[in-house]
Ligand binder design. Structure first.
Ligand SMILES: [Fe+2]
Length: 295
């Protein structure tokens, strides 16, 4: 029996140790072999190198953790029983700190249930000793492929989350700009109405009084916004009232009074056609009502 067979690694299938072509534009995967049986671990490490991987070997769990802390690895291939470590301790510690690392466990035939438990605890696979090179390579490649796909999915998810975050921020900013533009437009419109009927700053002051009262009444932000819009535009219907009535000094005739009273309906008809002012339209219509509804 040669050294490799004695240490539990068989090379009966020459196809199993073929050299892996390095992926185009990428580095060779780096595999750490951990085994307290030095000869077995070294043979396994050499096998991996012959198959195209970068590989190194350590004989203790502590050494493995030390290497992991200082360098990048793609996979760990570890024997189950390591001095100073409980059976799945190395797996647990590696899985906790290096979730993207592939981890394969070598277990004796009598320890197959522990291998199954290792899978539940986060191992990517386990192999029963004595292992054959082709099985090690096949399972290792499969685990690396799975980790690569998982990592790509994670990166895609992170990119999508970042994209959603950026788009949300842009949309929020655009909405704020639109809100400010609407508000400025309404302020300008209110000021223009005030100029026509000679009441300087009337619309803005009505808006401020209305908002102050509404805040003290506990109105919501949505209600306050609608109130602000309607207060600035409450007399927009006067734009259709003739100057002879609007600017008349002295008492209006009953007919002129009726015409003047029509400004609330005219204002409502104007404002209710504008989707973002639809809620404000009702307030424009009712701004001359009395508290008891007899206005
Ligand atoms: Fe009015």
């Amino acid at each position: 029996m040669d050294c490799a067979a004695r240490e539990g690694i068989q090379f009966s299938d020459s196809n199993g140790v073929r050299r892996l072509p390095a992926a185009k534009g990428s580095k060779k995967p780096t595999i750490l072999v951990v085994d307290d049986e030095v000869a077995s671990g070294q043979v396994l490490s050499v096998t991996l190198k012959l198959a195209g991987f970068r590989s190194s070997f350590v004989s203790s769990g502590e050494q493995a953790l030390g290497i992991l802390a200082g360098s990048h690895l793609d996979a760990v291939l570890s024997d189950l029983k390591m001095p100073g470590f409980s059976e799945l301790e190395l797996l647990t510690r590696i899985r906790r700190d290096y979730p993207s690392l592939a981890f394969l466990l070598l277990v004796g035939r009598n320890d197959a249930p522990i291998g199954a438990q290792a899978i539940k605890d986060g191992a990517d696979d386990y192999l029963l000793k004595p292992v054959e090179a082709k099985d090690v390579l096949r399972n290792l490649r499969r685990a690396l492929d799975r980790k690569r796909v998982e990592q790509e999915a994670l990166e895609l998810q992170q990119r999508l989350e970042q994209l959603v975050f950026e788009r949300t921020a842009q949309l929020t900013s655009a909405l704020q700009n639109a809100d400010e533009s609407y508000e400025n437009t309404l302020l300008a419109l209110g000021a223009a109405l005030d100029l026509r009927d000679g009441r300087t700053d009337h619309s803005r002051r009505v808006c401020e009084y209305a908002l102050e009262i509404a805040r003290r009444m506990g109105c919501s932000e949505v209600q306050l916004k609608s109130l602000s819009q309607s207060a600035l535009l409450h007399d927009i219907g006067t734009s259709a009232i003739p100057d002879s009535i609007l600017s008349k000094r002295g008492k209006l005739t009953p007919e002129e009074c009726n015409t003047m009273r029509g400004h609330v309906q005219i204002g409502y008809d104007l404002v209710s056609r504008i989707p973002f002012l639809r809620d404000a339209a009702d307030l424009v219509l009712s701004h001359h009502e009395r508290y008891d509804g007899t206005g």
